[in-house]
Design a protein around this ligand. Structure first.
Ligand SMILES: Cc1ncc(COP(=O)(O)O)c(C=O)c1O
Length: 386
């Protein structure tokens, strides 16, 4: 008898991003592709992790996460995000990815439609599709937002909207007016909104992070997702969280119990120390990224890329139309093989990959020495392609 794999496995393949990272390691290149964020973790958080392990805080936690952490997150959400969320409305999750997976399980059925703003974070699309949700895309730019365009995309099958702010890959930070228009529309049309705010602390001058759930009564239909990976440089710790109305949060916690049981208990204790870091930590982080952003923007502009200057997060999309590459894959391949810089082809961020065929994404969450080295390689591209 022949054995078969599930239907979903037929379309699964290793992401180009991971393949580029592997090749980049092989050739000793600089990885500006994957958002790995290999900067060091603050010593106080490391000490807290050692302590939690020494103290044998090693057993399963409750599926919604330890209470002291949910209490600390409730305070963080109140003061930073201006969201009033009781500990019972908060779930500590297996990374913000785990939060998104569980929220999608709790909210949508196969065949439902969910709107993403394009360019989008490809995991959002892929996770929705894993659940057999149909993804609809609405293009959005830095300075124009047309709520009518968004409304027109909604059909009777549409159940939700995903907002990523600050956005990976574009670096767009949604304004209060944009969020108000989206929220009012979602309220009127009975849609859920999931916001991915994992880059909330990384915004650049002139732009502020605003949480949709802090506005009007939008909290009632919003799942606010964030995580520790990016703010505290711990992408491998796999810790995130979400805030949602109490009933929904409790269902999400039950789903998390089935899929992950709970997030890593000693690390939940350790990140309590992260939440005690003072304002200066966040200020210094944002200004360090600002310096990196400006450095990379200048180098890429010099090499004749056209840049959409990020307003937040640590990625930028660069248009290489003037450099004569056939498409995004060819540009990314050239950058990797000839310049030893891994990037991500723009097509990854669009439903129709050809819409990103003139773009590559650079991630600048690397230490300054690597960034400087990468810009030296870029000088070579300038020399060969001009
Ligand atoms: C927008 C966005 N959300 C979520 C994640 C993953 O976060 P986590 O490590 O918390 O799962 C990333 C990582 O690149 C991201 O860019």
């Amino acid at each position: 008898m022949e054995r078969s794999l599930s239907e979903i496995t037929k379309n699964l393949k290793q992401s180009g991003i991971r393949a580029a990272s592997a090749r980049c390691n092989e050739i000793g290149g600089i990885n500006l592709g994957q958002g790995i964020c290999d900067l060091p973790i603050h010593p106080l958080i490391k000490e807290a992790a050692h302590r939690a392990i020494e103290e044998d805080r090693s057993i399963y936690s409750s599926c919604e996460g330890i209470l002291p952490l949910r209490e600390a997150l409730s305070e963080k959400l109140r003061t930073f995000n201006k969201i009033q969320a009781a500990p019972s409305e908060i779930v500590v999750t297996h990374g913000s990815t785990g939060a998104f997976v569980c929220a999608v399980e709790a909210l949508f059925e196969p065949g439902d439609e969910v709107i993403l703003f394009e360019p989008f974070y490809s995991y959002h699309k892929n996770i929705l599709e894993l659940k057999k949700v149909k993804v609809l895309a609405v293009p959005i730019s830095f300075d124009e937002f047309d709520v009518e365009r968004l409304k027109k995309r909604v059909t009777p099958k549409t159940k939700g909207i995903v907002i990523c702010t600050p956005c990976n890959p574009s670096g767009k930070v949604f304004t209060q007016n944009e969020l108000l228009e989206i929220g009012r529309m979602a309220k009127m049309m009975g849609l859920w909104v999931i916001t991915d705010e994992i880059y909330e602390y990384i915004t650049y001058p002139g732009h502020v992070h605003i949480s949709l759930a802090s506005l009007e009564d939008f909290k009632e239909f919003t799942v606010t997702i964030s995580g520790f990976s990016k703010t505290y440089h711990m992408t491998g710790w796999r810790l995130g969280y979400l805030a949602a109305p109490a009933l929904l949060a409790s269902k999400i916690a039950l789903i998390q119990d089935l899929i992950y049981v709970c997030p890593a208990t000693p690390l939940q204790h350790a990140v309590l120390a992260a939440l005690k870091l003072n304002e200066a930590y966040y200020r210094d982080m944002a200004s360090a990224y600002l310096k990196k952003r400006d450095f990379l923007v200048a180098a890429l502009t010099k090499a004749n890329f056209q840049i959409f200057k990020p307003q937040g997060a640590y990625y930028l999309l660069a248009d290489f139309s003037q450099l004569g590459f056939a498409d995004d894959k060819e540009a990314s391949r050239f950058l990797l093989e000839e310049c030893k810089i891994a990037t991500v082809p723009g097509g990854n961020f669009y439903l129709n990959p050809s819409d990103g065929k003139n773009l590559v994404r650079f991630c600048f969450a690397v230490d300054d020495i690597k960034l400087e080295k990468a810009t030296c390689f870029l000088k070579e591209i300038y020399a060969t392609k001009n």
